[in-house]
Design a protein around this ligand. Structure first.
Ligand code: SF4
Length: 266
């Protein structure tokens, strides 16, 4: 069956996209979300890992549209504290959290062949696990949408410095909207504080960035903010899980994860 998103394709011309991004450079995240809501309606959703940026975005979007859609990748290996904040957000905003799970057979095969904690054995095995538990569910989620909203910020480093506020995400056949692109971590923290948004208590225990439990640890003072992610891996450039694909100036795509920022999508 042809999905609506396949029928949609890219509907905003390159020129219109440039003009939108010029306009949004000085816009607030709320103005960007208001546009996203009016343009895409229920075909847009926040892809949330329930990190600080994502809960702030949820609060902002909910104030614009109380029926905002919130999706998450439920890898099966998340910290208890993340499930706690999921329930808190669900209760506070009366939202259905749309959770996308890994396929049972793919997890069972992977674990049978390589073990439950395969990710510690090599970068390739870690990427295999992220592929099964995150990337495949993300692709399934995005196949139901025309636009996904993320908490990515430009100051999170590496390829994230290149993000636009509204992007055509060709590999996912979706628009990707990054309303917090121009915000810094302190602005996010302030918003969460001011609006008393429920947040993951691990942020107060040395975890600026939170992913799966076995792959995230607290950081020490002075450490890179993402040092706690896949901490056993030495190459910071390998610290990506394949969720975010950024288009570079030459038109090629780079799979980018933050090096020195806090949490966005996992
Ligand atoms: S972060 Fe770790 S447990 Fe989670 S999907 Fe990736 S490798 Fe697997």
């Amino acid at each position: 069956m042809t999905t609506v998103v396949q029928q949609l394709g890219q509907t905003i011309s390159a020129e219109e996209l440039k003009a939108l991004n010029r306009r949004f450079e000085s816009a607030s995240p709320q103005e960007i979300l208001r546009w996203a809501d009016s343009y895409f309606g229920p075909r847009a959703a926040i892809m949330s890992s329930f990190g600080l940026e994502d809960v702030a975005l949820t609060d902002m979007y909910w104030r614009i549209n109380p029926k905002v859609r919130v999706m998450t990748l439920e890898t099966g290996r998340l910290p208890t504290e993340t499930y706690t904040v999921m329930d808190q957000i669900k209760g506070r905003y009366d939202l259905e959290i749309e959770a996308f799970y890994p396929e049972y057979g793919a997890v069972a095969d992977m674990v049978a062949q390589h073990g439950f904690n395969l990710f510690y054995k090599s970068v390739d095995f870690r990427k295999m696990c992220c592929g099964v538990r995150k990337v495949a569910p993300l692709n399934r989620a995005l196949a139901t949408l025309d636009a996904w909203v993320t908490g990515l910020r430009r100051d999170q480093g590496m390829a994230r410095g290149l993000i636009q506020i509204v992007e055509w995400d060709a590999p996912h056949n979706n628009y990707k909207i990054n309303p917090l692109a121009n915000w810094n971590f302190e602005q996010v923290r302030e918003y969460v504080r001011d609006f008393k948004v429920p947040y993951n208590e691990l942020h107060d225990k040395g975890y600026p960035s939170i992913g799966c439990a076995p792959c995230t640890r607290a950081i020490k003072p002075g450490e890179d903010l993402r040092a706690g992610r896949w901490w056993w891996e030495n190459d910071p450039n390998a610290k990506e899980c394949g969720l975010h694909v950024v288009q570079k100036a030459d038109g090629s795509y780079s799979v980018g994860h933050a090096r020195n920022g806090a949490n966005g999508a996992r």
